[in-house]
Design a protein. Structure first.
Length: 305
């Protein structure tokens, strides 16, 4: 890939992150004959997942297979270079950017697109890491269909899981909200859960019982078991990398990078697409945002708005 583009000099755009957002942007920019470098550390958010759902024409594909297909298709565009490397630093030099990769190279770019995604902070539940992405999930749009009509649990501290638990009733009649400690529900939340017929368990969870990579039961501190087929988690997430923060980008109250309708950040010339800039975190949305950012970058390179 990209022999024509390897001659050094200034890249039209360096894309940091080669997930659905970054690869999609690279595809559009490659088709616009732009010199593009994609730097990807190779640690996608959904690495633990067995299958990616809800991506039109790719429903059920292995996540790694989707990315491999994307990289194969990019190979047709000789102005696009893909490198398996992390970007460690990003600085401004005049109207350009300097992009330092962890293998010691420094690249110059007119525009930069960060498509670096987010990282989920899993709660420290013994047994969770083994089943995460197989029968422990966070998003009903991604994985609800596969566990429809099965006994489900939501793991969420305090009141944070009320919305997800009620939401999951669309997929199963049998949903239990496990707060792993005092729930401290408000009366309106009690009512909401009662109306939706969601039971609440406040006892602390000792561990998850599993068979292979499948959940069998939640085991509480008292030793009591609650048999469940799948667990949905409400958990915090953080930006996968600090490049946007270090360049001084504005963030939303929820911790996403603040972007305009064309995915541009508060830092001129710097765009962000995919999970790191949005609440709606689906691969197909990340890919669409990558394409939209690419069109905006191409227009900016042409001096158009
Ligand atoms: C368990 C699980 C299951 C999911 N299931 C589905 C599903 O079924 N359907 C669906 O639509 N969505 C699903 N998602 C959500 C989906 O994974 C994300 O919406 C999607 O991956 C976002 O794409 P992205 O390109 O923004 O980020 P990512 O896919 O996370 O890609 C970001 C890339 O940037 C790289 N990167 C980060 N920092 C740097 C750096 N400094 N230098 C170089 N590279 C860097 C990372 O290593 C990574 O490769 C799931 C998520 C999880 C966690």
């Amino acid at each position: 890939m990209g022999v024509a583009a390897r001659s050094g000099g200034t890249w039209d755009c360096v894309i940091v992150g080669g997930g659905p957002a970054g690869l999609s942007a690279a595809l559009i920019l490659g088709r616009c004959r732009r010199r593009v470098l994609v730097c990807d550390a190779g640690e996608p958010r959904n690495a633990a997942s067995h299958a990616l759902h809800g991506f039109l024409s790719r429903d059920g594909v292995r996540p790694a297979a989707l990315l491999a297909a994307g990289r194969r298709q990019l190979a047709r565009y000789d102005s696009v270079v893909f490198r398996r490397v992390a970007v460690g630093a990003l600085t401004r030099r005049g109207r350009r950017f300097l992009v330092a990769t962890n293998d010691g190279a420094v690249e110059e770019a007119r525009y930069v697109l960060l498509a670096t995604g987010v990282r989920d902070r899993l709660p420290p539940l013994p047994g969770l890491a083994e089943i995460y992405g197989r029968s422990a999930f966070h998003c009903p749009y991604c994985d609800g269909w596969e566990v429809r009509d099965r006994p489900l649990a939501v793991h969420a501290p305090g009141r944070s899981g009320v919305g997800l638990a009620v939401h999951l009733k669309q997929w199963s009649d049998d949903v239990v909200l496990c707060t792993d400690g005092p729930a401290r529900l408000r009366p309106a939340e009690h009512d909401q859960l009662r109306r939706a017929r969601v039971a609440v368990e406040e006892e602390a969870i000792a561990r998850l019982e599993r068979r292979g990579r499948r959940l069998r039961a939640l085991v509480f501190r008292s030793g009591r078991r609650l048999e469940r087929s799948a667990l949905f988690l409400v958990m915090p997430q953080e930006q996968r990398c600090l490049l946007a923060a270090r360049l001084g980008c504005a963030f939303t109250r929820k911790g996403a990078v603040d972007v305009d309708h064309a995915e541009m950040t508060s830092v001129p010339g710097l765009y962000v697409a995919g999970d790191s800039s949005r609440d709606a975190q689906l691969a197909v949305i990340a890919a669409a945002e990558g394409a939209r950012a690419a069109m905006a970058i191409h227009r900016a390179l042409m001096g158009l708005r």
